[in-house]
Write a protein that binds this ligand. Sequence first.
Ligand code: ADP
Ligand code: MG
Length: 702
Amino acid sequence: MRSSNNMFDLTTQDITYLPGVGPHRADILDKELNIRSLHDLLYYFPYKYVDRSRIYAIREVNGNMPYIQLKGCILSFETFGEGRQRRLVAHFSDNTGIVDLVWFQGIKYLAGKYKTNQEYIVFGKPAVFNGRINMAHPDIEPPSATSTSPGLRPYYNTTEKMKRTSLNSHAIEKLEHTLLSRIMPLKETLPAYLLNEHHLIGLNEALQNIHFPKDAHWLSKAQLRLKFEELFYLQLDILRYSKERQKKYNGFVFNRIGESFNTFYRQNLPFPLTDAQKRVLREIRKDVGSGKQMNRLLQGDVGSGKTLVALMSMLMAIDNGFQACMMAPTEILANQHLKTIREFLHGMDIRVELLTSSVKGRKREEILAGLLTGDIHILAGTHAIIEDTVNFSRLGLVIIDEQHRFGVAQRAKLWKKNTTPPHVLVMTATPIPRTLAMTVYGDLDVSVIDQLPPGRKPIETIHQFDNRRDALYGFIRKQIQEGRQIYIVYPLIQESEKMDIKNLEDGYTHICEAFPECRVCKVHGKMKPAEKEEEMQRFVRGEAQIMVSTTVIEVGVNVPNASVMVIENAERFGLSQLHQLRGRVGRGAEQSYCILVTGYKLSEETRKRIEIMTRSNDGFEIAEADLKLRGPGDLEGTQQSGIAFHLKIADLAHDGQLLQYARQAAQKLIGLDPDGTHEENRTIWTQLKKLRSGNTNWSDIS
Ligand code: ADP
Ligand code: MG
């Protein structure tokens, strides 16, 4: 390995090039941490830092202190206990007092390694046991070994397996130290003007200080620089990608507002549009008239009236001689769309059909033919729409409902159905925190319906422990007597589907017994579509008063007379899922309720989730809270794209402001240097190319 140069590529340089890493360690690093190249190691950052500039006197130490450092000698060793209880104790003193250093593992090795009457620096968390101060499994080293890091000491995550082979945090620290000393200085990856403008330190200083901060101040400078860079390139990639796509594809021009739209607006529309719906329609109209392909994300809370906006956009397509389709994640939803659309378009000369995998034989052929001739104007359906056998005459607009269940690759597949790609409107009822919208959907323009149709009463959300069933059932009974309908939802508890259905069946039997006077229907994902549909219809028609189901009803079902949503084992649902489920009620004029039923013992996180749900009806607020509670890795949408796993240092839950700056900087850059020809930006384009060719290809995900 060369001592210092910019010529070789860290990303391709195998980790075994580093002194201290043989094939065995390389194998462990690869398997446990995915570290293969020198670059991987360099960007494996500490998860915490501890101030080691101060050494405490033992007389000052008490059991409430955090990790601290002591300096002294081991007076003597003792072992206690047998078998698993066996422990090694070293009596450690600095002439102001004594602490016991305790180890439960590696006893033989440790007793041989450390000597009495020799000076050591000990680092650990003090605790009090039987009136004596001890430290369990402290770090212990001769004073000389710690002189490399006078400031904050880094701590790296390692796995159990790594610790067993003594590849612990300290070992990683040493590797990082060696690595840094060999590869510095690295070539700067951001141009000077950006560093100045955003008050960022240079790459070498940042990397040095992220691993071995001089002090807290330098640590935060290093973090800022590296986070900014990560977010900047992420945004730049996304924005470049969408720009390139725009250049490559023209869009159909819908420049007429014609007969269908106007007839619908004047004659069929049963209520005035909300201001938010009007605004979004204007935004869409501007897009589809621009000659560019529309890629728009429409966010709106459950019940905000997205379907209507979708429908009116489809009418714009039809008025300009195009077909439109609307995709839903489930058959139930697709069916519901078909029905809603047909009802809205009642009496108008527009042909609407349904295509799902259960549409077969003659009917299917008829539909495929109708799409080819253009006789069918609107197609509602599921994934079945994007199969290769489905071809349109002139597909101009695609609506994707409930995006978070729809793979990114599937979205891309749609564009390939025509030489000119259709306009795309993605609708989601799971409001996405701004930071995620800018990354996961960063190439989409965003519209928001931030207003519910008038007259809706806010849903009242109540938390109920499951040992208070009498009260709960009494409440349900009263609602039913008033003519309302009830949903009762069971979560997926077991891994096996069979067990989940059993869970639901038990609930069903129980409810039937508890409400002998009521008719109860039952829906779960494993039922045959026809059977499922029949059960749903019994509820929709009002023949059943209670619907017991799994989360298949999470999206889309619309029964305005349903006024109570009971969620069993609510602790097992995520926030956004709870919010979605709650959105099934509160669609009519009556006061509606959501009842979250949980066990008595709740974790801190569950308690917070329940608290947010009972306090807020605002989907955006809930989404932000969800992001903070769970971190971006667990949010729907991010899992699909894997984006959270790509980020090495920035954190979408907490770095929203910085993300904003990074995005602005990327936007400005593209605006000023659209073709990437400016000399001062050469570093940037080279770096972006490098990132794209590596596995961090953001354009894959947007
Ligand atoms: P979502 O945004 O959840 O898809 P929907 O489109 O299903 O919401 O709308 C929920 C309900 O509100 C539907 O019954 C719909 O007909 C009704 N609705 C939509 N827009 C309006 C409006 N402007 N005024 C009154 N009701 C509306
Ligand atoms: Mg909807």
